[in-house]
Design a protein around this ligand. Sequence first.
Ligand SMILES: [Zn+2]
Length: 496
Amino acid sequence: MPMAAASTDSQPSARQAFFRLPIISVFLSCFMLSLFPSTALASSGVGVEDAESRLKNLYPEILRDEAVARLHQLGGVSDANGYLERTFLSPASVKAGNLIREWMEDAGLRTWIDYLGNVHGRVEGRNASAEALLIGSHLDTVIDAGIFDGPLGIISAIAALKVLNSNGKLQTLRRPIEVIAFSDEEGVRFQSTFLGSAAVAGILPASALHISDKSGVTVEDVLKDNSLDITKENLLQVKYEPRSVWGYVEVHIEQGPVLERIGLPLGVVKGIAGQTRLKVTVRGSQGHAGTVPMSMRQDPMAAAAEVIVLLESLCKHPESFLSYDGHCNSSSVESLSSSLVCTVGEIATWPSASNVIPGQVTFTVDLRAIDDMGREAVIYEFSNQMYQICDRRSVSCTVERKHDANAVLCDSELSKLLKSAAYSAVTRMTGEIQGDVPVLMSGAGHDAMAMSHLTKVGMLFVRCRGGISHSPEEHVLDDDVWASGLAVLSFLEIQL
Ligand SMILES: [Zn+2]
């Protein structure tokens, strides 16, 4: 059965599943011991585990109870009254950063805040000069946010390190481990995502310091107001040397419904989708709604509607539209079928009156896929077919590309290790051998995108209720918080 921490109250909890453990066979105990030598149970010699000692080895008080309490505590640190809002270096963000710093120190980490306001907590382990493993996520939020998007990745990493610290194993790690709470991922205040992680990855241009918010305050002003002496030279100091880093791992809520539908708490991320944003403008002949006969109209609204429906069909069934030629090979089409998503989220008409045939309609297209070649092929096919529709309807159509970002593929070695860590976590919690850990694509951007310019990246997704995020309705079950902390712990145990 899937891990017990499922999405409805009627399903058994991990703890209920745990209490079925004594009937587990000798084989399972041996199997689990081989997976988790460092958490071997004293009683395992006879193949039957005592329920209480087993629960102790799942560290519920640190990985679940304390982590959940901290998520709620951090969720209460807001610049707004009655809802959660923490933007780049706002008073609440600074307070949240200080709280995270305290928790890092409580876990035995050495801490500091860099010139971009990122909070770092590090342990050197046995070999301070070895390449470091970085684990991170963001502490900023959108407006009226949920409490898990970002903080879950930070808090589960701190919790896992706290377990190692309390077991006396923190200093025996074979490479430095560093948790980073990034100061800006959502980009709410300056409309520029990844300020924190881009600086660490060394891809934040100095010009970004001059971006201003709605009230004319620049990134540089905000940093200086917070006693962070940002200069061009100091920005370079925030950057990590690629040779000093082994890899970057991020735990994040899924922000989609797939894990909940499958009934599993954790999934491994195959990659982060590439994205293109288009602006389509359709121009026709503006006229009186009562006097222009239907046969004589050049209506951009009806044309836009047909183009939007075309886009939906193309993105639902790319295989029916794309030919296997130079533009798109069979693996691209296959990957598009499982990852392509297209959205028209904004539409505007001119003059936008009920008794006027519009003269112009503009709409946006947001198109995402894991395969960059395939995404290009879809844009090419969409444009071709759109022009045919516009010609047939005697309206003019233009397409502008507003934004492009290539896909980021997660590293196969890190993904394999994360997959076995997730498998370990769920198996440890349920006491039952699990099926395969699902592999998902991320349609949303994450700090891992910026960090991929520095080092190899891997990501773990955690189930969230209804796939809802960027909303106070965002929710992760306590037991799934536990599963994510246990997965990070299992992952770190490989580094012992
Ligand atoms: Zn996030």
